[in-house]
Design a protein. Structure first.
Ligand SMILES: Nc1ncnc2c1ncn2[C@@H]1O[C@H](COP(=O)(O)OP(=O)(O)OP(=O)(O)O)[C@@H](O)[C@H]1O
Length: 233
């Protein structure tokens, strides 16, 4: 587990009704930097993200964020305390303009300075402010979803497959932005692209059937002979 822990997940069990998906998951996320959550389809990565943000209640275990027990806090409180979430599915309002989508992301009144800062990070969005978000490309929508989450000023940003379905050139652009972002806040990235994930992350957890099967420094996990076994379909 990374040394300084910002988000501390202890003995977490979670699932849907009677079907348990996560089993005794222990994860530590440091104050700054990237952490990757890897694992094959159905390993429980999205379930873990939903449990961290409070969309799904844990059945057992505890979550501490920034030194406080948030296990029983509602999603809104978790978001207000600094947890941002970019879900796997495209999470933009298709009929609203890019500008209005960004306004929804801002928790208080839209701060023009904050919008300018995210537009500096994602300049393509700045050229499309008045365009309905439904007309953006898949990659631009992902960028909009990330930009919107950033306007909530997260201290910890959870990204569930931020490059899924995105063209390779845009993947590179998003990766570079995430590497930059991870210099100032904590970034948790669920990714199918192993290389990308391990470029953003310094530390990685690999889930296998809902349990942490492997963890360690990104370089070590990458060269672990067991890794491919846990990622193979
Ligand atoms: N709403 C739900 N109700 C019941 N079971 C669910 C629900 N959502 C997910 N599951 C099940 O939980 C397990 C873990 O799913 P999850 O989406 O967390 O996996 P994942 O690692 O994110 O997979 P992927 O890489 O395919 O997105 C799967 O077996 C899935 O079928």
């Amino acid at each position: 587990m990374p040394e300084q822990t910002f988000l501390d997940i202890r003995h977490l069990d979670a699932g849907y009704g009677r079907s348990q998906v996560l089993f005794d998951v222990n994860i530590g996320i440091p104050w700054r930097g990237g952490v990757a959550v890897l694992g094959r389809n159905g390993a429980g990565k999205t379930t873990l993200m939903k449990t961290i943000v409070g969309e799904l209640a844990s059945t057992t275990g505890e979550l501490f964020f920034d030194g406080r027990d948030i296990t029983r806090r509602r999603t809104e409180e978790r978001v207000r305390s600094g947890i941002g979430y970019v879900p796997q599915e495209h999470s933009v309002f298709a009929r609203l303009s890019v500008r209005d989508n960004l306004a929804v992301g801002s928790l208080s009144n839209l701060d023009a300075g904050a919008v300018d800062r995210v537009l500096e990070i994602f300049p393509k969005l700045g050229q499309r402010l008045d365009q309905p978000a439904g007309t953006l490309s898949g990659g631009e929508r992902k960028m909009l979803a990330i930009a919107r989450a950033m306007l909530g000023n997260p201290k910890l940003l959870l990204l569930d497959e931020p490059t899924e379905g995105v063209w390779i050139g845009v993947i590179e652009e998003i990766t570079e932005r995430l590497i930059e972002l991870a210099k100032s806040i904590a970034v948790v990235i669920v990714e199918q692209h192993l290389d990308l994930a391990l470029r953003v992350a310094e530390y990685a957890y690999v889930l296998d059937r809902g349990r942490v099967a492997l963890q360690g420094e990104a370089g070590k996990v990458r060269s672990d002979p067991e890794l491919l076994r846990y990622l193979a379909p």
